[in-house]
Write a protein that binds this ligand. Sequence first.
Ligand code: NAD
Length: 487
Amino acid sequence: MAPATQKSVLSSVPTQLFIGGRWVDSSSSTTFPVEDPATGSVLAHVANGTIPDGTAALDAAVAAQADWAATPPRERGEILRRAFELITERTEEFALLMTLEMGKPLAESRGEVAYAAEFFRWFSEEAVRIHGRYAVNPAGGSRLLTLQRPVGPTFMITPWNFPLAMGTRKIGPAVAAGCTMVVKPAHETPLSMLALAAVLEEAGLPAGVLNVVTTTDTATVSEPIIRDPRLRKLTFTGSTAVGRKLVEQSAEHLLRVSMELGGNAPFLVFADADVDAAVEGAMLAKMRNIGEACTSANRFLVHESVADEFGQALARRMGALTLGKGTKKGVEVGPLITDKARDGVHELVREAVEQGAQVLTGGEKVAGRGHFYAPTVLVDVPARARVLTQEIFGPVAPITTFGDEAEAIRVANSTEYGLVAYAYTRDHARVLRLSEGLEFGMVGINTGIVSNAAAPFGGVKQSGFGREGGFEGIHEYLETAYISLNP
Ligand code: NAD
């Protein structure tokens, strides 16, 4: 097979809406440009969906629901398995497309492609393990039966930062459970999702099960879908602010809702930690996805006895990273998604410095084309600085110190978010105390990455509710029915 090139992947990716098994133009016949964040150049023009397109997509999902729910679980699973294999075979094409539209270096895009495909493999295996129960009424007489059935037509809204994986971890369990769906990817990165829809079509997914509507008019097109009484579930990955609005809209018809929202992950380094390993983990937890991840370490809380050693080592590693267009060999850090996003990151750094923080490395925008920001390490950051309380979504590591474990846990928990926390320590009793005491949906102990298709991903507090992946993931798309059987 010829190696994937920018020209070959862009000429083969669909750019229309995918509705009822057909690729169609927007009803307004308009398109919007998709840009390369490293250069600003236009990669493709994609159909700009409208309210009628959103309704048509939901019509198709509703029409396909009954047949899809009745399709044998093994068949549903095998479609996912074929899609897993097709994505894996085409890793290079998917990775290049993702790097072009999102900016992350190719090696990281390959990692996301593998992670994304894994949700299809995992849920292909879960499709055939949807069980009910049989019990004798404790009082005798009747029998109690439960069964699991698909929730029904689902609306999925996904963000730009993981353009493929945030889709597959919703689509995988929905397909496995027997739900049909309308997907609205982020307008910054629609190409990966359109390529994914083409793969699912090729893998044999029946028309109407998956429908994709791309649009820049997100709120206008989404709201009528959410308020349509035929919709049964809304699943969203994105910011807490938008999630809150969508939960309000979903209240009209009391939809089943899953929300994967923002985070403010603390990264704790205790005095007994292996500091070299902690720096290694910090590089992953901070720099994966250019810091543009909900799981990004947002605050480093380091015991005062090792803070200097940790800060200096992290600054050396961060300062030595190579920035550039993600398709170039040797590049380790890509651009941020937009200029506005970069301005936001810089503002947080500038404010912290004004309040007394010291810059160990970085602290500035990189001049020239693309929205590049220098990997930054800050120390002596005052507790009130917004860089500690707000999601940074960029390559900035603010470091603060603590004196004892109780203080570390208290500060780590002092956020409205609760997605993930990381901790480095060699004390096993402490590991137990942290696992129980940290108010986060996920805790990484001596590791900088927690994401795994076989594990339940999700948050508490204002990081949302519901879980994606693991045994839990499919239950987001199933409802329990109970039958009282009088023999
Ligand atoms: P965003 O909330 O701006 O957008 C997410 C999606 O919602 C996009 O598709 C966008 O077009 C759409 N959207 C925006 N406004 C909308 C509205 N009014 N109605 C309907 N849809 C709307 O977030 P983003 O900037 O794309 O992504 C970054 C955020 O996502 C961060 O906060 C990050 O933490 C979060 N995120 C969370 C997870 C998780 O699993 N918890 C994973 C990845 C990203």
